[in-house]
Design a protein around this ligand. Structure first.
Ligand code: HAM
Length: 443
């Protein structure tokens, strides 16, 4: 019988890759909390109306990509394609908007879009989102962008480009839309979607994915030229603040983003090495969204990071804190018995450790240890038991060296390492835990 496979565009995330995900999420949590953000966890299902009303009916997301279905009661529900609208919904519903000051929230989790799957583009993907509600100050825009850049830097992601634009307010977009419509109407050859958007929502043409449409846009009017005085001042101040803290950016006049709720600052971060789907994060201000969703007139700004794309970009030497430290290889019944309690002592000392209970040969056990990517194997056989010692053997990327008469575990970093290396160290059972904690793993 054939096995049942996962749905196209939805992938399983398995070890050892999961440790990368955990590491990224931990870094994100630590960073956001340093800037005063707190976590929210919200349902993956929402009423369809929430997304239709906020993201915009002309966007690709709402027009083509939502996983929408009718439930048993006949209500139209949608698997969330993004998180901003639902964060606003949750704040309104739970009275969070009433709290004084800026509401700073973050959310991590799966999003769903029925797009054509390709490298870096999935139908279930994961986002790390931050939303700050309650201030229109350009300082907040700069801080949000800075926090994103800070996190990406800590994750060691290189060759990034930060693109920014201002989409103005509803007043200045009236003028811009009129100018843009004239420009668009004077060109021929737009795709079917864009022909429709010419009338309904000309800004969406700027975001069209067709290469041909993009080529027709050369020389089109830019939003920056149509910004009202307030929006222009706001945009300049954001740039001034970013310059002040040394965050490099490029102005991209056609950046409109794929969702209709944006006003004023919009931004995107792209990375080299991702191919066609090179946007690792995107965000911006959404000053009208809370009101559009039935709340008070409260401005907001935020961003969403594509987690799959971040994972793809992680350097191979990303932090290995979560790597399994010890594989305890016990050979023979007596050794297996003794090892069972050593295993527990190791864990109590904060050292991650596993053993195999099948009493296999040393060779087979070391194979398992290698597969699990453990840092060291601790070997306990009859001989060792007799002498009340164990052997410590470095695995994979590690070697033992001698420093000041003592052995120490070091990582072989591609040929950088020179000097005598040792295959195994023997140490008394009584001092094993202290030795591992102090010298090897510094727990
Ligand atoms: P977005 O640009 O649609 O913005 O998505 C943000 C990020 O999610 C993208 O830059 C990309 O890295 C990732 N992403 C989007 N679609 C896919 C996909 N099909 N497969 C893999 N990754 C994907 C938003 O969703 C806004 N809600 C962000 C925001 C928050 N704006 C303000 N606050």
């Amino acid at each position: 019988m054939a096995i049942i496979r996962a749905i196209r565009g939805m992938k399983d995330i398995l070890p050892p890759e999961t440790s990368r995900w955990q590491w990224v999420e931990t870094k994100a949590r630590e960073t956001f909390e340093r800037y005063g953000y707190r976590e929210v966890r919200l349902p993956v299902l929402e009423k369809t109306e929430l997304f239709a009303r906020s993201i915009g009916s002309d966007t690709d997301i709402v027009a083509k990509e939502m996983y929408t279905f009718t439930d048993r009661r006949g209500d139209s529900l949608t698997l969330r394609p993004e998180a901003t609208a639902q964060v606003v919904r949750a704040c309104l519903e739970n009275g969070l908007m009433k709290a004084p000051g800026v509401k700073k929230l973050y959310l991590m989790g799966p999003m769903f879009r029925y797009e054509r799957p390709q490298k870096g583009r999935y139908r279930q993907f994961h986002q790390i989102n931050c939303e700050a509600l309650g201030s229109d100050a350009p300082e907040l825009d700069a801080e949000v962008i800075l926090m994103l850049v800070d996190l990406l830097g800590q994750l060691g992601i290189k060759d990034l480009r930060l693109l920014i634009n201002s989409l103005g307010c509803p007043e200045c977009t009236v003028d811009f839309k009129a100018q843009l419509k004239l420009f668009l109407a004077a060109q021929e050859g737009w795709c079917d979607d864009c022909r429709r958007r010419l009338d309904t929502n000309p800004l969406r043409v700027l975001d069209c994915k067709s290469q041909h449409c993009q080529s027709l846009l050369v020389g089109s009017p830019t939003m920056e030229d149509s910004l009202c005085e307030d929006c222009s001042r706001h945009y300049k101040r954001v740039q001034f603040l970013l310059d002040g803290v040394g965050v490099a950016y490029e102005k991209k006049p056609h950046l409109v983003r794929g969702l209709d709720y944006y006003t004023r600052t919009a931004f995107e971060v792209t990375a080299a090495g991702l191919g066609a789907q090179d946007s690792v994060a995107g965000g911006g201000r959404y000053n009208g969204l809370v009101k559009d969703l039935g709340g008070p007139d409260i401005p907001g700004i935020g961003f969403g990071i594509g987690e799959e794309r971040i994972i793809e970009l992680l350097q191979s030497d990303y932090n290995k804190e979560s790597q399994l430290k010890v594989f305890l290889a016990a050979i023979g019944n007596r050794a297996q018995e003794e090892a069972f309690s050593i295993l527990q002592d190791l864990r109590k000392a904060g050292i991650s450790a596993v053993m195999d209970f099948e009493n296999k040969s040393l060779k087979s056990q070391l194979k398992i240890a290698d597969k699990l990517e453990a840092k060291v194997a601790i070997i306990l056989g009859d001989q060792e038991l007799e002498k009340r010692v164990v052997g410590i053997r470095p695995l994979r990327d590690f070697v033992l060296i001698q420093e000041g008469g003592k052995y120490n575990l070091v990582e072989i970093k591609e040929k950088q390492f020179v000097g005598q290396v040792f295959q195994q160290e023997e140490i008394g059972l009584e001092s094993l835990i202290d030795h591992l904690s102090i010298t090897y793993f510094k727990t």
